[in-house]
Design a protein around this ligand. Sequence first.
Ligand SMILES: CC(C)(COP(=O)(O)OP(=O)(O)OC[C@H]1O[C@@H](n2cnc3c(N)ncnc32)[C@H](O)[C@@H]1OP(=O)(O)O)[C@@H](O)C(=O)NCCC(=O)NCCS
Length: 345
Amino acid sequence: MGKSSEITASTYNNLPTQPFARDDRARGSTVVEYRTFRNTDPPRLVAVWNDAFTQRGAPRLSNNTLIERYVFAKSIFDRKGLFVAESNGVVVGFAHAGMSRNPFSTQAVGTTCLIGVRPAHQRQGIGGELLKRCEQYLRDQGAEQLTAGGHWPNNPFYMGLYGGCDSPGFLKSAAAAEPFFTKHGYRVDLSVQVLQRKLDQPMKMFDARFLPLRNRFDMQFGTPRRLLSSWHEFIHGYLDPLQFILNDRQTGSWVARTLVWEMEAFSIHWRRPTVGIFDFEVNPPYRGQAVGRYFLSLIMKYIQDQFFTLVEIQLDENNEAGRRFLRSLDFEQVDTGQVFVKSIQ
Ligand SMILES: CC(C)(COP(=O)(O)OP(=O)(O)OC[C@H]1O[C@@H](n2cnc3c(N)ncnc32)[C@H](O)[C@@H]1OP(=O)(O)O)[C@@H](O)C(=O)NCCC(=O)NCCS
């Protein structure tokens, strides 16, 4: 303190009072102001993104296009749920909260979808202040449960932009997330495995059990006319996924189905053309007959023929059968997602 550029009591008096709130804790000499989103913010948020999210699960953004698409363009976007921290007119962090509007949820769940502070401003309480505002916003929206880290169906924003082929919560490769949320009263509710398979290595396609399946089933793919629900449209529609379906020739019934999308931004980030697979499902009567293996092998062969070199799937950690299934197809774990939860007092 003592230099002319530093903040004094009279400086505080000249700063606007609303909608700002200030954190002038003694840790740093600058005043941090908090406000909600403005239409001119996107380029500044992209700058924070590129500074704060440098891990494997968050692609570098070269402009606003993707964040507009996966966040601001959604009709459910509410500017009052996105909080910005500014220091000396520069955006140094932001956090974004949103309610899950899944029509089948039995509880009102509010999620802190993303939080990032520029490295030079971390460990000064800014993340904590942003999180507090997110929680208050969610409470005001009627949340009965607070979660942090998007995971279906509580992932209103950022699917396609953060976390990989699906929303896995916050990735462990973002090392600060777990201590940060634990410190703020959250606990890990769910872990998600992020699994990848390289396609520029040989694929063992032969399995004697596939032979009869070839005659019984047909694979089709195309743009789905509609997704399973309006909430699916809100979350998955923005990815423009293709649907692959295996049909039973005799009965006409679906045997297995999944959605597949081209992970463009991640492909650039990882320097590998990558495809994401999610909502992979074998119709229960057809389970236990190597159908899943056959279907996924066909899809991977198709993707490989299109010159993609990596495929990603995510799986809840307690899905032991799924894990064995994917391991048998040479998928390897590359990261772990964590969904945090905090009970409302
Ligand atoms: C996670 C993040 C938002 C925290 O922001 P922050 O402003 O540094 O957080 P705070 O200063 O409010 O930290 C509060 C507490 O969280 C814990 N914490 C925060 N960062 C930590 C770290 N890197 N290692 C261990 N504990 C950490 C500490 O207990 C800290 O209290 P302390 O400083 O008194 O020890 C910030 O580290 C960040 O932007 N990281 C990169 C992006 C990211 O990973 N986001 C989460 C996934 S989207």
